[in-house]
Design a protein around this ligand. Structure first.
Ligand SMILES: Cc1cc2nc3c(=O)[nH]c(=O)nc-3n(C[C@H](O)[C@H](O)[C@H](O)COP(=O)(O)O)c2cc1C
Length: 399
């Protein structure tokens, strides 16, 4: 049995999503902790994700009846119990031996959608089987569905066969990650690998594939050649759509110009994201990209579904994103940590924590249903002051 040093606090003491992080730090082996918590370079991209949510305030309305609440939200036509979903995370075997099947069972119990990574610890078919089995046990009462996050391998035959497997397994949408022309410089991972190599008497760091998954990029700080395609471009969307023949979301969009291109290419959704701060150093926060889109291309919100992820740690943050027009938001690390420390109960509790915060905030904001959320229910002036302004650059380029 685990001693006090390594056992997490009682689950009842997890009141906020941050509590799962502290609990996971206690129980996870250092390597797995570094994998989940690390970010690119000095951590600026991760930090701005976390900070920017706190730089927006609500403008709550009073005396509006909120005796009955409806926090449900559909994603790409699939009803869900909440306006958030579990973001794609690779190699969840590092969080818990139950890995992705355990995560999707927990999410299915709560009616949440999950985006399953290409870089899983278990085969994508086994993950779908766990989801369907849980559905059966719940008497098919859960609205939850599985989506698939695609890293496009350089070898197009491999890419096509992967897409066919995903389709055959019954995943409902394909979320193509478009911010990984290479792997970000994950500083903490690099230190760890360098130290391990030195301990083994070598200066060469070892490249690791994602456990048994030939499609996954590295678990660790370096890319495995062939599994992230620096040649990926907009033209690739035509063969991918043809092969997939279903809803497509582009994951990792960071500018309004690329939202526009996504609309022009006819995809069904975009996930504004800086990959949880793990890819480019000094990235805009996902929230900043949402504001940029709201400001310069508001028509986008009627043309496709706009999702956001990165740094969401409180149900109130979810509602801020929805006020600004997001369909739903993704939550990553809190689920990794909850699962690491408490297994399936952690996954369920993490969902309950966010759901309760959403409920409390909806009531005090004066909305009984999510479609009543409006941009004027938030004050985003501080962030707007720092937002990119095209006219300044345009004028300069004219000089
Ligand atoms: C441990 C970990 C693994 C991840 N693996 C993937 C992945 O395989 N594919 C991908 O597109 N994004 C991956 N991401 C990024 C997430 O999908 C998501 O964008 C990010 O975690 C959201 O930020 P948050 O962790 O602050 O909620 C990963 C993130 C973490 C923390």
């Amino acid at each position: 049995m685990a001693n006090d040093q390594t056992s997490p606090p009682n689950l009842a003491l997890c009141i906020t999503t941050e509590d799962f992080e502290a609990a996971a730090k206690k129980v996870l082996p250092n390597k797995a902790w570094v994998y989940a918590s690390s970010s690119a370079a000095s951590g600026l991209s991760l930090q701005s994700n976390l900070d920017d949510w706190s730089r927006i305030n609500f403008r709550p309305r009073i005396m509006r009846s909120v005796s009955s609440l409806n926090p449900t939200r559909s994603i790409l036509g699939q009803p869900g119990s909440q306006p958030f979903f579990v973001s794609a995370m690779g190699t969840l075997g590092n969080a818990h031996p139950g890995a992705e099947p355990l995560l999707v069972r927990g999410a299915t119990r709560k009616g949440l959608h999950t985006v399953v990574s290409t870089a899983t610890s278990k085969p994508l078919e086994e993950i779908m089987e766990a989801h369907l089995d849980e559905q059966r046990q719940l008497g098919h009462q859960s609205p939850s569905k599985l989506a698939f996050q695609l890293y496009v391998p350089v070898d197009r035959n491999l890419a096509r066969s992967l897409i066919r497997r995903v389709k055959a397994a019954g995943y409902h949408s394909l979320w193509i990650t478009v911010d990984t022309s290479t792997l970000g410089k994950r500083t903490a991972d690099r230190y760890l690998q360098a130290q391990e190599a030195l301990d083994q008497g070598s200066r060469e760091t070892v490249r690791e594939a994602a456990a048994d998954n030939a499609f996954g990029p590295a678990f660790g700080g370096r890319p495995v050649p062939g599994y992230l395609d620096p040649g990926l471009n907009w033209d690739d969307l035509s063969w991918i759509s043809e092969e997939w023949n279903g809803p497509i979301v582009l994951k990792g969009i960071q500018t309004v110009e690329d939202v526009k291109l996504a609309v022009q290419h006819g995809v069904q959704g975009v996930l504004l994201s800086n990959h949880g701060g793990r890819q480019i150093h000094s990235a805009p926060s996902a929230l900043m990209t949402l504001l940029e889109t709201r400001t310069y291309y508001p028509e986008a919100f009627d043309k496709l579904e706009i999702f956001v992820d990165g740094g969401l740690r409180d149900g109130a943050d979810v509602l801020k994103a929805l006020c600004l027009g997001a369909t739903a938001v993704g939550v990553g690390r809190p689920y990794f940590y909850a699962m690491a420390a408490y297994g399936i109960e952690g996954v369920e509790k993490c969902t309950d924590v966010l759901a309760e915060e959403i409920e409390i905030t909806m009531k005090m904001l004066g909305v009984s249903s999510l479609d009543q959320l409006r941009p004027d229910m938030v004050n985003a002036s501080r962030l707007l002051n720092e937002m990119w302004r095209p006219d300044i650059w345009w004028n300069k380029s004219k000089l």
